[in-house]
Design a protein around this ligand. Structure first.
Ligand code: UD1
Ligand code: UDP
Length: 370
């Protein structure tokens, strides 16, 4: 029997969603194959720690309990990244994995990749080759550096493969499709029976908008958030807005200062929701308004028009097909874009829903053959 050990490092909400389906593919492999065995050791950096930002995803998506929690919590970029580096190194030395899997573009991603690279351990980057070409975004730095030190680059789309090629990265690049598409397909079916989010928030299908905002350029700037909240209060339909903890204080401050803009009943500020409720809210929304990377894609998966509160997006296919439109942070423009949001052409650009199985198969083939 041949064996391979994977250390998976996650820390932030979108990483739990992505890693969940790869964990499922690992377990499915072990259940069906007797000649090779995979061991997955999950490390949670602790970057996200609120129950609604972390634990709920492990429970709903049945992600194996992390063997380690580094407990780094919140902090500056340097403090967070540095602490993960320091705390992860002894874990990697003790575990001696065949490959370290990292996801997306957070500080947990970069710190884990750097810790592994310095120990000469192979790194697999899931969601490689994404670029916004805006280096003011912390995620852009994290993506570029992680891609350039990774051994296996698992790309969600053909665009991401060609971006890596332009940067001279061709070795170890695999077009697998998007693990978030796998997740949406698998868990949306379960969410059908497990979520009553519409009834709970008194919403009718197609008669509400769903919003999320957490990018520092929006969520950390009073003027930007004032434009956004004022826009949200102008619609004839409710706007259900699960508020990310980064955004919480500024939203409270604006409402305390500006009142309810005269339309408070249409704005439904709620706590961050679990994945089942989120999928349900996304699927039935009239349109989605967001600055999240993952939520833009999920809007596309469910064929829901999306307005993205950013100047650029990494997920260019969602815009090119007509489902997603970028929008300046201006009250009137947000209102106009959301009112006119519409669908477009739907092409299976994010793969066939089997990206996670492909990732596991590539690792089995390429790591075990070394
Ligand atoms: C991080 C990622 C971002 C990703 C987002 C997903 C980086 C640089 N950013 O942004 O790419 O899109 O996660 O949600 O890695 N907080 C809590 N409780 C928590 C977590 C955070 O209260 O469980 C608050 C803290 O005040 C913290 C702030 O949110 O300072 C920001 O958290 P942080 O993890 O630094 O960045 P995010 O904005 O969540
Ligand atoms: N999400 C969720 N509950 C929420 C908001 C988001 O389950 O209240 C899910 C969402 O469906 C997607 C992921 O979290 O799968 C996206 O994470 P986030 O927007 O925090 O990060 P980003 O994708 O921008 O990095």
């Amino acid at each position: 029997m041949r064996a391979m050990k994977i250390v998976t490092v996650v820390g932030a909400r979108p990483q739990f969603v992505k890693a969940a389906v790869v964990s499922r593919a690992i377990q499915a492999h072990n259940a069906h194959c007797e000649i090779s065995r995979l061991t997955e050791v999950i490390v949670h950096t602790g970057q996200h720690y609120d129950e609604t930002m972390s634990q709920i995803f492990f429970e709903e998506m049945e992600i194996p309990t992390p063997a380690y929690n580094l407990g780094v919590g919140s902090g500056s970029h340097a403090a967070q990244t540095g602490e993960i580096l320091m705390k992860l190194e002894p874990v990697l030395l003790a575990e001696q994995p065949d490959v370290v899997l990292v996801y997306g573009d957070t500080n947990s991603t970069l710190a884990a990749a750097l810790a592994a690279a310095k120990l000469n351990m192979p790194i697999g980057h899931v969601e490689a080759g994404l670029r916004s070409y805006n280096r003011a975004m912390p995620e852009e730095i994290n993506r570029i550096l992680t891609d350039h030190i990774s051994t296996f680059l698992f790309c969600p789309t053909p665009t991401s493969v060609s971006i890596l090629r332009q940067e001279g990265i061709t070795q170890g690049v695999h077009l697998t499709g998007d693990v978030m598409f796998d997740a949406s397909l698998h868990y949306a079916a379960i969410a059908e029976t497990r979520s009553n989010a519409l009834a709970q928030h008194r919403l009718l299908p197609q008669h509400y908008y769903l919003a999320t905002v957490h990018r520092p350029v929006n969520a950390d700037v009073m003027e930007q958030m004032q434009h956004i909240l004022r826009a949200f209060c102008q619609f004839e339909f409710p706007v259900v807005f699960p508020v990310h903890p980064r955004t919480q204080k500024i939203v409270e401050a604006i409402l305390a200062h500006d009142g309810d803009f005269g339309h408070v009943s249409q704005l439904r500020l709620i706590e961050p929701v679990g994945y089942f409720d989120m999928l349900t809210l996304e699927k039935h929304a009239r349109a989605i308004i967001t600055d999240s990377g993952g939520v833009q894609k999920e809007a596309y998966f469910f064929r829901v028009p999306c307005v993205t509160l950013r100047q650029e997006t990494e997920w260019v296919e969602t815009v090119e097909t007509g489902w997603n439109r970028l929008c300046a942070i201006d009250e009137e423009e947000i209102v106009a874009r959301v009112r006119s949001a519409q669908g477009g052409e739907w092409i299976p650009v994010f793969g066939d829903g089997a990206a996670s199985a492909q990732i596991v198969n590539i690792l089995l083939r390429d790591v075990l053959s070394q």
